[in-house]
Write a protein that binds this ligand. Sequence first.
Ligand code: ADP
Ligand code: MG
Length: 212
Amino acid sequence: MQTSFILSASLAIHAAIVANEADIESLDRAIGDGDHYINMKRGSEAAASMYNELLALPADEALNKIGSKLLSTIGGAAGPLFASFCMGMAKIVKHNGGNTALEIAAAFAAGVQAIVQRGKAQVGEKTMLDVLVPVSTHFTLLAAEGKSNIEIARALKLTADQGLESTRNLIATKGRAAGLGERAIGHLDAGAKSCQVMVHTVCDLVIQGKNS
Ligand code: ADP
Ligand code: MG
């Protein structure tokens, strides 16, 4: 995995979060406390601003530094969770290099697993995991089938859309929306929306051939 790709992804994610302000903000306002957009904006801005500092580092070190930065800049539940994701990914990239789709899928899966361990949630609890877990599972499957990077990226965008949509009719059992019971039904989860936006953004970079 090239550090330059991680950094391009950080810049693109920051731009995409800002472009989706209205959606992300209104979802956390509806069933959370309304700070998720600010948290995501602050975190993605901090990661993007590390561009020059990280460019010469190996990918795993860059991911670890981004993780530490997210931990100190994003408040709320999302900060430690996204920090765990980056650090979980870094551990695997350090060992496998993250150069093939299968290796990147393994690193992504480790990142998602780190979120599971940190947040003690699972699929079906109306969180970001309702996007990330199916994307990770599908990623590993498609990579194992030998699909091209572009085929994988196109497919994972749809998986992320379905994961996001799946949160609409769930009752939240983790996070701030957990106290709302059935009143959360009908609303998408804000963290799932951020993750869908980020998956789309990274997949679009791959589809546009900007992953080398
Ligand atoms: P806070 O909930 O502290 O206000 P944010 O608003 O930034 O933090 O993040 C809320 C999002 O974090 C939720 O929409 C949900 O997707 C995600 N989330 C909350 N708790 C968990 C958890 N235990 N595991 C995974 N994701 C979680
Ligand atoms: Mg919130």
